[in-house]
Design a protein around this ligand. Structure first.
Ligand code: BDR
Ligand code: CA
Length: 319
């Protein structure tokens, strides 16, 4: 399964969002070769997500990274308005960052992805931590895309655990189920980092305290986390928060090696019933020893080493 053990160019697709902001900081701190970022509606609108992305990148001294505004609406239907209860009204915990002088590029996120796939043919890694609308649009517009991209890592889905929007659906998948199905059906290798592992990767109070006492970039990210902690503390039963998107980034970078990640078929339920948005991972091979089933190309991350919160905090404190 291709993933960038060697430094590889990365296109990030995100809906910035507090944990998306942490991810931007983490990618910068880890020295990732971030060649472009696209925004998509999810936690906030694609337009506000792009603004947040530009401002967080400038905060992290990477105002040079180009940002494209992506899809406002999912493939079918309309943007639902975001998740202010989780991420604050402005998506970054109502923290007001200095406004970056940089502006979004004129191209769409889907066009940026297609262009970068050609500029870095066979090497580009796609990391998607929001709804998958831009990736689906790029696949529709550019049938060669799967053959040009080295690998895709998504934060999304739930294989063996409950959803966080419905009983079975995770937010990034549920917010555009048709796009998710398109991305998982395409002939490219996808690493799926879902709630199975991201709900277990956490910042605790001590991490938040360390960030708030750290250098300016860490302090600003810590300030955003106040809102995230307020949402997650009753959910998790202690002052803490889940580290969805940064964990996916760590797996994509090869900084965190999963301890259990079978390669199996995964499909998305696009029906209108209670299963809508479920990511169905066909894990039968675990018990029955099937020869590879059709569509066996998705690496489903089910277990990762503990202690990611410590590693993430350390990285962010270095910014
Ligand atoms: C995902 O949904 C968003 O709210 C987060 O940024 C993360 O990408 C978690 O379900
Ligand atoms: Ca996100």
């Amino acid at each position: 399964m291709p993933r960038p053990r060697e430094p590889a160019p990365i296109y990030l697709d995100c809906d910035t969002g507090i944990d998306d902001a942490l991810t931007l900081g983490y990618l910068v701190a880890a020295g990732a070769e971030l060649v472009g970022v696209g925004s998509v509606s999810g936690n906030v609108s694609a337009e506000l997500g792009a603004r947040n992305t530009l401002d967080v990148l400038a905060l992290a001294h990477r105002a040079d990274v180009r940002v494209a505004v992506g899809a406002h609406d999912p493939i079918r239907g309309s943007f639902h308005g975001g998740a202010p209860g989780v991420h604050g009204a402005n998506g970054i915990g109502d923290v007001v960052l200095p406004r970056s002088d940089a502006a979004p590029t004129g191209e769409t996120a889907a066009a940026m992805l297609s262009r970068l796939a050609r500029e870095h043919a066979g090497r580009l890694h796609v990391l998607a931590v929001g709804p998958l609308t831009n990736l689906a649009l790029a696949l529709d517009a550019d049938p060669e895309l799967p053959s040009l991209v080295a690998g895709v890592t998504i934060m999304g889905g739930a294989a063996l655990v409950p959803g966080n929007v419905t009983a079975v659906a995770e937010a990034n998948i549920f917010n555009d189920v048709l796009a998710a199905a398109r991305v998982l059906d395409a002939e490219w290798p996808v690493t799926v980092v879902g709630l199975d592992v991201t709900m277990e990767a956490r910042f605790e109070q001590r991490h938040l305290d360390a960030l708030l006492e750290g250098p300016p970039v860490a302090r600003a990210l810590g300030a955003m986390l106040g809102t995230y902690f307020r949402y997650y503390t009753p959910v998790l039963g202690r002052p803490s928060c889940a580290l969805h998107d940064p964990l996916a980034a760590a797996v994509a970078l090869g900084e965190l090696e999963p301890t259990l990640a079978p390669v199996v078929p995964v499909e998305v339920d696009t029906t209108e019933g209670p299963g809508r948005g479920q990511t169905i991972a066909d894990l039968r091979s675990r018990f029955i020893g099937y020869p590879a089933l059709p569509g066996t190309r998705h690496r489903v991350v089910l277990e990762v080493p503990t202690g990611f919160g410590d590693r993430l905090a350390e990285a962010l404190l270095g910014l």
